[in-house]
Design a protein. Structure first.
Length: 120
């Protein structure tokens, strides 16, 4: 499972960097989005990949609290960080799309460097 997740993170990062180096605005926006997905997966995987364990302290059948160790629980901090990063990435993508649309209407082109000084 760890190898598959690491491969997916590497693939998303490589595709994101490739798209960031393109000349079109849409490609750059898509590359930023893929990089944010890769970052979210990296942060989420730092909390150990466990299935079926609660992130909140619980009690057993006798009413006694279960020991607060990572053997009994999953780490809730990466989950909270990823949730925050999703909201920030969504806002960043929305602002970038608005800027790209404005650039397209002002310059008549969707190239990232359209209308710059010293262009051939």
């Amino acid at each position: 499972m760890e190898l598959a997740l690491a491969s997916l993170i590497g693939l998303l990062s490589a595709a994101g960097v490739y798209l960031l180096l393109r000349a079109r605005s849409f490609d750059v926006i898509l590359g930023l989005t893929l990089l944010s997905y890769a970052t979210n997966l990296l942060i989420f995987s730092s909390g150990r990949l466990v299935i079926g364990k609660p992130p909140v302290l619980q009690v057993d059948e006798a009413g006694k609290a279960i020991a607060p160790t990572l053997a009994h629980y999953t780490d809730p901090l990466p989950q909270a960080l990823v949730l925050t990063a999703i909201v920030i990435a969504f806002a960043m993508t929305a602002v970038t799309i608005v800027i790209a649309m404005r650039n397209r209407s002002d310059n008549g082109s969707d190239h990232v460097d359209a209308g710059g000084e010293g262009m051939p």
